[in-house]
Design a protein around this ligand. Structure first.
Ligand code: THU
Length: 257
């Protein structure tokens, strides 16, 4: 993934992650995709909105796709410039205050929305809007997992190892469950962060998993525990993403017999 910015930004790493998650969601190789990202003033975005969309108003984000959805999969150039994202940070600030969430959350949501436009999605009718929103929600959830895992590690009960681990799990039902490691004086009774999150989800009826983020490498027992329920899930650890099958090749499942 390559992002070309018009100015230096602290958001580079987060936007990169979002763009990669979006590309993977569309089964496109992130390595081959590039996007141009510009931060502009209210006046500038108003002008662009007027000139290119015939709408003489300030807006939060504009997207200029280069291709249609069906074209994207067929392209075989080594680098595909899928289009331009234009964001107005003054508008981001206003909207974040209005919605009562962080500027980071607002800008990442708008960026996700815009990248899906570049990937051929639209919200002209209700059906298309529903599909696009579901995609956006999934990416925002995936994006939030590592941060939630870190947050969850603060609740670790680990007086013996003094080692704190956190996990965050996204289920197919769309819910996120977090967990931490919980140790015990009878050491074998210790439960890892990943399994804490998974047993919380399963006990509430969600036993299909999309992705789990953990603040460390998952141990063998946790890998096997995940494999029972969702062998194709994503595991995020150490700033990287793996499929569970990569982390546990030839995992054991009675169902496979
Ligand atoms: N731990 C986890 O929470 N997850 C893992 O996958 C590896 C280990 C915890 C268990 C124990 O409380 C501490 O790390 C030290 O082993």
């Amino acid at each position: 993934m390559k992002l070309y910015f018009n100015e230096k930004t602290k958001a580079e790493k987060d936007m990169m992650r979002i763009a990669e998650l979006c590309a993977k969601e569309e089964k496109l190789d992130p390595e081959r995709i590039s996007i141009s990202v510009s931060f502009v003033s209210k006046d500038e975005i108003k002008q662009l909105n007027r000139d290119f969309r015939n709408n003489d108003k300030v807006t939060d984000v504009l997207s200029f796709p280069q291709f249609e959805k069906k074209e994207l999969k067929k392209l075989n150039m080594p680098e595909i410039e899928i289009g331009d994202v234009v964001i107005c940070m003054d508008k981001v600030k206003e909207q974040a205050a209005e919605f009562g969430h962080s500027e980071e959350r607002e800008s990442m949501y708008l960026f996700t929305h815009s990248v899906f436009h570049l990937l051929g999605y639209d919200h002209m009718n209700e059906a298309d809007k529903k599909v696009m929103r579901a995609k956006e929600e999934k990416i925002m959830a995936l994006y939030s997992l590592p941060k939630l895992a870190k947050e969850a590690s603060k609740n670790a009960y680990s007086p013996y190892s003094k080692y704190k681990v956190g996990a965050a799990l996204l289920t197919k039902c769309g819910k996120i469950y977090t967990g931490c490691n919980i140790e015990n004086a009878s050491y074998g009774a210790t439960i890892c962060a990943e399994r804490t999150a998974m047993v919380k989800a399963i006990s509430e009826g969600c036993k299909s998993f999309v992705a789990l983020a953990v603040t460390d490498w998952p141990c063998g027992i946790c890998r096997q525990f995940m494999y029972e329920f969702s062998p194709d899930m994503i595991v995020m650890c150490k700033d990287k993403e793996y499929t569970l099958r990569e982390l546990l090749p030839e995992g054991f499942r009675l169902e496979d017999k």
